[in-house]
Structures are given as structure tokens and as C-alpha cells.
Design a protein around this ligand. Structure first.
Ligand code: MP5
Length: 222
């Protein structure tokens, strides 16, 4: 069985827990509270900003033939930041001033640390897990969001054909990488996949919780 099929089979309950998150259901059904969606937008803007240096670090370790598609993906992230600013303007939300919440900050540190300090195979696994998770999550939302919705461009961005092709590239490439990895490295890759999906669940949950840091709610501590 291909490595990515095995991952999705081994972590099926966690994966379904993520796809069953109420944020996705409520956005799909048009029932999401504006403040909840706005909180996700502000935090995800910070996340995508951090994904740029993460991808750059991964490119610096990539074999030559992986660099062009990963560089295209990096370029697409800057378009995505434009998309966030555009949708924020349309909805009257300020995304550029938000401080990362605790969960967002932790996920960003995890992304950057794995890209810089772990092997290419391990860093690539984290990239695959995060992108596959968003692709599947926004496909859940796509079932209900129509072309008139303010959020349709997000659905198109992550559930659309271009992103599907990118995720298919990541999947096939990760399977090739895993086929050449040792058993011990494949185990480390699987652990990182699990941690990434846990962060994905936590990130959806963040939209419903305070963006203050634990013990410092309502104040920056200064
Ligand atoms: C992605 C994202 C997808 N935007 N936010 C989280 C919390 N996880 C995954 O990554 P990208 O870089 O926006 O395609």
C-alpha cells in the first residue's frame, strides 16, 4: 500500500474528527457566526505568512527536480495572501494587525522547526499533511457554499482543481520519498503526520476560542 494511503488509513479517526469539525459544517450551512469566521481569517492570514519561509526552507533542501513545483507553490502563497486581504476588505475585517494566538503560534513554530531541523522527508510530510487537510476540509465546505457567498473564493482556492493537482503532486512525491526512506524515518514521518493533523483540529477550534494567551486573556501582559 502506498505510504500516504497507509497514513490516511492508520489515522482515519483523527482525520474524520478534523473533517467533522463544526467550523466546516457551519460554514457549509451558512450558519457560522461572523466573529468566528473573522477569527479564523485573522489567524490563518498569520499562518499563511509563516508558511512562506517554511516552504522556502523546504525548497533549500529539495532535490533539483522538486524545486520548480515547490517554487510555484510558494508563489501561490503570495497570491493567497492577496486573496485574504481582498476577502477581508469585502467583509470589513482587519487581518494585517492580528497577533498570533497561542495555538497559531505553536503551529507556526512546529512548521518552521520541522522544515529547518528535520530531514527533507519529514518536513515534506508536514507540508503534505497540512495541504491535504485543507483540501479535504474545504471540499466539505464546498458542498454548501454557492457562488454568491463572500467565502466562495476560499472554497475555490483550496477545493478547486488547481489545488487538487498540487495535492496530488505532493501525495505522489511523498510516496516516492517514503519508498526510499528507512523504516525508522517512515515512523518519524508518520508521527509528524499525526501531530500536523492534531494541529489542524486545534486550529479550527481556535476560531471558537479566545485569541488571548492562556492566563493572559484580555491583556497582552505588558
Ligand atoms: C493551510 C492553511 C493550508 N492555510 N492553514 C492551516 C491552519 N492549515 C493548512 O496551507 P496553504 O499554505 O494556505 O495552502
Amino acid at each position: 500500500m502506498a505510504f500516504t494511503d497507509q497514513l490516511l488509513e492508520d489515522y482515519e479517526p483523527l482525520w474524520q474528527r478534523m473533517l467533522g469539525h463544526r467550523f466546516l459544517r457551519e460554514t457549509r450551512d451558512g450558519e457560522i457566526a461572523e466573529t468566528t469566521f473573522a477569527r479564523w481569517m485573522r489567524q490563518d492570514y498569520r499562518f499563511v505568512e509563516a508558511a512562506c519561509p517554511m516552504l522556502a526552507a523546504l525548497i533549500s533542501k529539495a532535490p533539483l527536480e522538486h524545486r520548480p513545483p515547490l517554487t510555484d507553490a510558494l508563489s501561490a502563497l503570495y497570491d493567497e495572501l492577496d486573496l485574504f486581504r481582498d476577502r477581508a476588505r469585502a467583509a470589513g475585517i482587519e487581518v494585517e494587525e492580528a497577533e498570533p494566538a497561542f495555538i497559531c503560534h505553536a503551529y507556526i513554530q512546529f512548521l518552521l522547526a520541522t522544515a529547518h531541523r528535520r530531514s527533507y522527508a519529514e518536513g515534506f510530510t508536514v507540508l503534505y499533511a497540512a495541504e491535504k487537510a485543507y483540501h479535504e476540509a474545504w471540499k466539505v465546505v464546498a458542498d454548501g457554499v454557492g457562488p454568491a457567498s463572500t467565502w466562495q473564493p476560499f472554497v475555490e482556492n483550496w477545493a478547486g482543481d488547481d489545488f487538487a493537482a498540487y495535492v496530488a503532486f505532493l501525495e505522489g512525491t511523498l510516496d516516492d520519498i517514503a519508498a526510499g526512506a528507512s523504516e525508522a524515518e517512515r515512523e518519524r514521518m508518520a508521527e509528524l503526520f499525526e501531530t500536523t493533523v492534531r494541529y489542524e483540529v486545534a486550529f479550527w477550534e481556535l476560531a471558537y476560542t479566545s485569541t488571548g494567551w492562556p492566563g493572559l486573556e484580555g491583556s497582552s501582559g505588558r
